[in-house]
Design a protein around this ligand. Structure first.
Ligand code: NDP
Length: 259
């Protein structure tokens, strides 16, 4: 992972699953970030114990409270991160937090559609808006003219389940609200890539594979990938991203996913 040289990174939904896996591997890098911000909605809760344990061993790990559906929580999180970073910016924002409700066409509801959209699509929009000044600052402070994750980047964790062409794992679950929210997240990523290129910020969306997490276990079939393998693959992909990759949809192995 020699290519990824970030001074600071923030991961949402960092207390379990893929988010926690990303935090762990960032901390284990030969050149770990000076600051890793692990954002989660209940830092003191039962489900954040592993994160708390990690923070007790790594002085560069900062746990930040963040509920991605709450604009006030997002603003407060941006404020805390700004205080830690002092005069420098945030290099890497990973919008990872999401929910999946396993519903079919027959039983999908207004409430489910709205809740999943608020978390999986509006959340990444608002979090990116709030952290934009810090991302811009990182880009301005970089000596490189090329877009990269080491300079400034927004990575949205999507899914091939939201690919209109692939309709990944349809036979395992229709998950209508989830698919729609991720298709919309993909469009958001494309828009962000167009809007933020001028600020030197790379924007891309990733499919982590089908991974053994609480979410990945939504059907009775065991997912093929461990968190470690998926995250290792994705961090390698992040290392390799450059100018040509902004606005793209890639999987954990770096293959292009059709929209
Ligand atoms: P998990 O269900 O294991 O973890 C989800 C994380 O998101 C938890 O930390 C959870 O926090 C957090 N979260 C959920 N809602 C909110 C909210 N409103 N505010 C803040 N945090 C929230 O999911 P995975 O780790 O499997 O998934 C991570 C990402 O990867 C997601 O974007 C998912 O869509 C994507 N993905 C996963 C796949 C898989 O096979 N696992 C496949 C394709 C994509 P809490 O503990 O508080 O609930």
């Amino acid at each position: 992972m020699a290519g990824l040289c970030v001074r600071s990174a923030l991961v949402t939904g960092a207390n379990r699953g893929i988010g926690l896996g990303i935090v762990k591997q960032l901390l284990q890098m030969p050149n770990p970030p000076e600051w890793v911000f692990a954002a989660c909605r209940d830092p003191k809760g039962e489900r954040a114990q592993e994160l708390q344990h990690l923070a007790s061993k790594h002085a560069n790990l900062v746990i930040i409270p963040l509920e991605v559906t709450d604009p006030a929580s997002i603003q407060a999180a941006a404020g805390r991160v700004r205080e830690h970073l002092k005069d420098s910016g945030l290099n890497l924002l990973i919008n990872n937090a999401a929910i999946l409700l396993n519903r079919t066409l027959e039983i999908e509801t207004v409430e489910n559609m709205a809740q999943v959209y608020a978390t999986n699509t509006i959340g990444p929009l608002l979090v990116s808006q709030a952290f934009l000044p810090l991302l811009k600052k990182a880009a301005q402070g970089s000596s490189s003219s090329e877009l990269s994750c080491s300079k400034a980047a927004i990575i949205n964790m999507s899914s091939s389940a939201g690919s209109i062409e692939e309709i990944f794992v349809w036979d395992y679950g229709q998950v209508i609200s989830y698919r729609c929210s991720k298709a919309a997240l993909n469009m958001l990523t494309k828009c962000q890539s167009l809007g933020y290129r001028q600020h030197g910020i790379l924007c891309a969306t990733l499919h982590p594979g089908w991974v053994q997490t609480d979410m990945g276990n939504f059907s009775s079939t065991k997912p093929p990938l461990t968190v470690d393998v998926s995250v290792q693959g994705m961090l390698n992909v992040l290392c390799s991203l450059s100018e040509k990759d902004t606005g793209t949809f890639l999987d954990w192995e770096g293959k292009v996913v059709p929209w």
